[in-house]
Design a protein around this ligand. Structure first.
Ligand code: ASP
Length: 324
């Protein structure tokens, strides 16, 4: 293009977000913080989403595991990062429980983020080491009641889905077990496989292959309906614990102040990723499915997140259990 024409076109290009603005975003790799250890369920979902979104964006999305303190260390990292579109967070239901569970945080657990879109809602399963002396949920409950002081329950710290699910289980059977926190249920699963912890409640995205491979025992899936990837596994209601139901929603976030055009571009990439047949097939093998495209938007995500914060606050306050 001759120089004069190029100069004349410049204002229009800039108005469009042109080569210098969001239109050219992203120009370098993006970091995706996962607030739990590698090899766990949030990590698995995040890596599948990162790969598919990266294809749409034409840039690599590099997963960084920042585990610890129930997911708050990773969330803090993103809330305090530069809001330039080059750092994101993929977190789960903990984003709704943290604001009530943690009364002292070094970051704003709600105002520190721009929601980009919901990702998936994952069932949980109650699993045990392979030689746990029970084969059904009713038998497992009997063992828990009888041997509570000898049993170790693994989780990913306070506010993690595995913590919430464990609390619900212990409330349902009116018995407390010793809990052992890990930086994520990826490492907790390794301990379960080695028989060094006894029980865990975790997303199907971490347990389906172990259950189907017979390397752990499973007693229930915590959804009203059975899960297609685990057809033989009874629901908690079928197993005699109807109140023991919990699913784990996941969402994608940017730091507060990330430009709206970049948030919109990321949301579009998320929707494209969630429609990818390979991603859908892999999610199905792991006992889950992506949310519909209408939920992978900032507005739907914000509304769902706010409603879930409001749902959990009275439950946590009534339980009087805080992380500090
Ligand atoms: N499933 C874990 C939890 O308890 C988190 C993880 O490791 O992904 O929330």
């Amino acid at each position: 293009m001759p120089l004069r024409r190029a100069l004349l076109a410049l204002p229009a290009l800039l108005a469009l977000g042109g080569p210098l603005g969001a239109e050219s975003y992203p120009t370098r790799p993006i970091a995706l913080v996962v607030p739990f250890a590698a090899g766990g369920p949030t990590d698995t979902v995040s890596r599948l989403v990162a790969e598919a979104m990266g294809r749409d964006l034409g840039q690599t999305i590099v997963v960084e595991n920042v585990g610890g303190a129930g997911g708050t260390l990773g969330a803090q990292r993103v809330a305090q990062a530069k809001p330039d579109g080059y750092i994101l967070l993929l977190h789960h239901i903990g984003m709704a429980t943290t604001p009530s569970l943690y009364r002292k945080l070094a970051y704003d657990p709600v105002g520190g983020f721009e929601p980009i879109g919901l990702v998936t809602e994952v069932p949980m399963t109650l699993v045990a080491r392979k030689d746990f002396p029970a084969n059904t949920l009713a038998e497992a409950v009997a063992v828990i009641k009888r041997d509570a002081d000898k049993l170790n329950y693994g989780n990913a710290g306070i506010g993690a889905a595995s913590h919430l699910c464990g609390l619900l289980l212990m409330q349902s059977v009116d018995t407390a077990m010793t809990t052992v926190p890990f930086r994520g249920t990826g490492p907790a699963m390794q301990e379960l496989l080695a028989g060094r912890i006894d029980l865990m409640c975790d997303q199907t995205t971490n347990t389906t292959e172990q259950i189907n491979g017979g390397t752990v025992k499973a007693f229930a899936v915590t959804t009203p309906e059975r899960v297609a990837a685990l057809p033989k596994l009874a629901t908690s209601k079928e197993g005699g614990l109807p109140g023991f139901e919990v699913t784990v929603w996941h969402g994608l976030y940017a730091p507060k102040g990330t430009p709206p055009e970049i948030v919109a571009r990321l949301s579009k990439a998320l929707q494209t990723a969630l429609a990818d047949p390979k991603l859908i097939a892999r999610f199905a093998e792991l006992g889950t499915a992506p949310v519909p495209a209408a939920q992978a938007t900032p507005a739907a995500h914000r509304a769902f997140w706010q409603a879930d914060i409001a749902k959990w606050r009275p439950i946590i306050q009534a339980a009087g259990q805080y992380a500090d």
